[in-house]
Design a protein around this ligand. Structure first.
Ligand code: 4AD
Ligand code: MG
Length: 461
């Protein structure tokens, strides 16, 4: 007999004479002659109640069915007399698939701290909170693809192994097959000559440069893949491995870019509000009481939009003791970003036209020669969710910017070719998928929205 997902059993239209459900036991309560099992199979937050009585041929195994054990249950789906649930299963056959020792299974029914659960990341998908987080992660990922597909963007796969540093921030993880010690120095003095790719190579920090090349042929593209940054900042918002969504549009400018970023953020939030109500409710009840209000404002109201210069004026006027002092030309820190979104505008805000000195070489130089057509979307509680820009499409200006930032033109011959042949105005951005999930769930540590997070000194599992 086919097994029914617990989600479907709970949503059944009527009773069923025969049903089979499988899952992990969350709790067992015993009465004289029968036991109640709360069963969860991950398909949804809600458990199904199973009643096992003495008439079940394997009734004697029930004493070994502890929290965490896995079982295969056949029985009847009947209306539940208990409150809070419509259906329950009257068991006729019970198979204990896998035991879980009551003394050593770490997830006994009590609240555990996030810190503790991180040390058992291999087991935490079996908790309510992490089950809900990873279901929302899946649904949000679907919504991203859905959004771009509906708007004629093609999903492209850009390389993970790379020979160039898109952001120029020097935060790349080296990839090598050279021995750790005792590599012989070639005559040229360049060790990487003997390396796998014959030159220095790394894990990508962004698929943008290749996405730009693809957009020059396909018009509108996006990537959604893992990116890697060896930032040694041990913050709740940075991971060494994170997923980034990077759309790129040909024949588009900074305004199109801001519109796309805002529309995409709203689309994903609305989709999750529509499809993950039960899971979201867990976060709204136990993690962040203001979550629903914030998400509803986000989809309803237009994002605020200001220039970097206006943002600096707002920050200078704020009566705050900044850890990082504010002046025109400084990079915005999380405290500044959060103040703008959380306290000043009380909703997401898009900041544009940053000083060129604090932004990457590929951003389009504005007519003032001081700022570039960059745009960051800042959201309450998190700060930067999206970083993007209109790209420099003028060959001479781009070459000058590469030189100015101390880089080598030869390394970018292929990128520069896209400006040499049929260059067009184009724009794009990168959204950190985990930052989006933090915003969706109210979870404040990036380590808790990735099943197996990679951060400094942490690569277990
Ligand atoms: O602002 P960033 O560095 O932009 C780029 O990489 C561009 N090449 C994107 C583009 O225009 N195609 O990163 C984009 C976003 C940030 O806004 C942030 O949400 C996220 O990626 N991000 C991180 N998320 C988690 N951990 C980290 N260490 C992150 N670094 C950036
Ligand atoms: Mg950025």
């Amino acid at each position: 007999m086919q097994r029914t997902q617990i989600l479907d059993a709970l949503n059944a239209e009527g009773p069923k004479a025969e049903i089979r459900v499988c899952g992990w036991v969350r709790t067992r309560r015993d009465s004289k002659g029968f036991s109640f099992l709360e069963l969860n199979d991950g398909s949804c937050l809600t458990n199904i109640q199973v009643i096992v009585d003495e008439s079940v041929p394997t009734y004697q195994v029930i004493k070994d069915v502890h929290t965490g054990a896995s079982v295969d249950v056949r029985g009847e789906l009947v209306e539940s007399p208990g409150k809070g649930q419509r259906w329950e299963v009257r068991c006729t056959e019970l198979i204990l698939l896998g035991v879980a020792d009551a003394e050593t299974f770490p997830l006994q029914k009590k609240r555990h701290t996030d810190e503790f659960l991180r040390t058992i990341a291999h087991l935490r998908p079996r908790t309510n909170k992490y089950g809900a987080a990873f279901r929302i992660r899946s649904e949000a990922s679907y919504a991203v693809h859905n959004f771009y597909r509906e708007r004629g963007f093609f999903h492209v796969h850009t390389p993970i192994l790379t020979g160039s540093d898109c952001e120029g921030a020097g935060e790349m993880f080296r990839v090598t097959t050279l021995p750790v010690t005792g590599a012989t120095k070639p005559e040229s003095g360049n060790y990487f000559e003997n390396d796998f790719f014959g030159r220095e190579s790394s894990l990508t920090v962004s698929g943008q440069l290749e996405a730009e090349l693809l957009t020059m042929g396909l018009g509108r593209v996006y990537t959604f893949g893992p990116t890697f940054r060896a930032e040694n900042s041990n913050t709740p918002r940075h991971a060494a491995e994170f997923w980034m969504i990077e759309p790129e549009m040909a024949f588009a400018d900074i305004n199109d870019d801001m519109d796309l970023g805002e529309a995409m953020t709203k689309h994903v939030v609305q989709h999750v509000l529509d499809h993950c109500a039960t899971d979201l409710n867990l976060f709204a009840s136990f993690v962040d009481k203001e979550l629903m209000g914030r998400l509803e404002t986000l989809v309803k109201e237009p994002f605020a939009r200001v220039t970097y210069t206006e943002a600096i004026d707002i920050l200078l006027a704020a009566k705050k003791d900044w850890e990082y002092p504010v002046s025109w030309g400084c990079d915005l820190q999380t405290e500044h970003e959060r103040y703008l979104a959380e306290e000043h505008f009380r909703k997401p805000v898009i900041v544009r036209d940053y000083p060129k000195e604090i932004k990457a070489f590929y951003m389009r130089l504005n007519d003032d020669n001081k700022t570039v057509a960059a745009m960051d979307v800042l959201v309450p509680r998190i700060g930067e969710l999206i970083g993007g820009s209109q790209r420099e499409e003028r060959l001479d200006v781009l070459e000058a910017r590469i030189r100015e930032t101390g880089q080598n033109l030869d390394d970018y011959w292929w990128y520069l070719d896209s400006r040499r042949f049929g260059s067009v105005p184009h724009a794009g951005f990168g959204m950190g998928f985990e930052r989006l999930l933090m915003m969706l769930t109210g979870i404040t540590n990036i380590r808790d929205v990735i099943p197996f997070p990679r951060t400094p000194n942490n690569i277990e599992f």
